[in-house]
Design a protein around this ligand. Structure first.
Ligand SMILES: *Cc1c(COP(=O)(O)O)cnc(C)c1O
Length: 219
């Protein structure tokens, strides 16, 4: 089942789009099945859950943290995480930098931008993101690298609205990239909206339920 769903999605994705298989709440056996089918990038939204899965699974997996971060837990993933999607403050960047330094690593991060018109979603405004990137505090952090931006659209069927939200982030991404060539990743799109996200400039999609089936609880 997982193998077939994964293959179906991979066939739909253009070559330049990276697939993050979102395995939150799913057992090790499901991840192993996707791994055996060739998938190497997995996304989780709870740090400790990701850390125990990291311990149990093959070491050539790339682990992406896609959830909202609790700063006091960054230390549990600093030795292995490949990309942190949900960074939405300078304080969090400072903590990631501190923990990365302890492990002599540079950790790649995406700034999460709030594009949804919903109160429940986290993220920075465009101005706040610009401010962080331009700040001296940020420039002094040697053990992190901002490699792109991440956004979550409103939970709606309204394609017009989804397209507007995605394309607003794409436009901002292109503008910021002019002066910052290491911004290469634009993480937008989940099971319900990834095709629209790709049409509007996404080059990394985070897909869970369309690969692994529905989750039993909201995580
Ligand atoms: C759960 C989650 C996803 C995947 O959602 P699906 O609808 O299951 O594809 C993507 N991004 C984030 C940030 C998530 O928390």
């Amino acid at each position: 089942m997982i193998k077939e769903s994964l293959q179906k999605i991979k066939n739909l994705l253009p070559k330049h789009v990276t697939l993050v298989a979102v395995s939150k709440t799913k057992p090790i056996s499901d991840i192993q099945e996707a791994y055996d089918a060739g998938q190497r990038i997995f996304g989780e939204n709870k740090i400790q859950e990701m850390a125990s899965k990291f311990e149990a699974l093959p070491k050539d997996i790339e682990w992406h943290m896609i959830g909202h971060l609790q700063r006091n837990k960054v230390k549990y993933m600093a030795h292995f995480v490949n990309l942190i999607h949900g960074v939405d403050s300078l304080k969090t960047l400072q903590e990631i930098n501190k923990q990365a330094k302890k492990h002599h690593r540079i950790i790649n991060c995406l700034l999460q931008i709030k594009i949804a018109k919903e109160d429940s979603k986290f993220g920075l405004s465009f101005d706040q993101a610009k401010e962080i990137i331009a700040s001296e505090e940020f420039k002094s952090l040697q053990n992190i690298k901002i490699t792109g931006l991440m956004g979550m659209a409103t939970f709606t069927d309204n394609e017009q609205q989804l397209s507007e939200e995605f394309s607003s982030l794409h436009t901002f991404f292109l503008q910021e990239r002019i002066n910052k060539s290491e911004l290469t990743t634009l993480s937008m799109g989940m099971s319900g909206d990834y095709e629209l996200a790709i049409k509007n400039g996404s080059n990394m999609v985070r897909i869970g339920s369309s690969i692994f089936g529905h989750r039993n609880y909201i995580a």
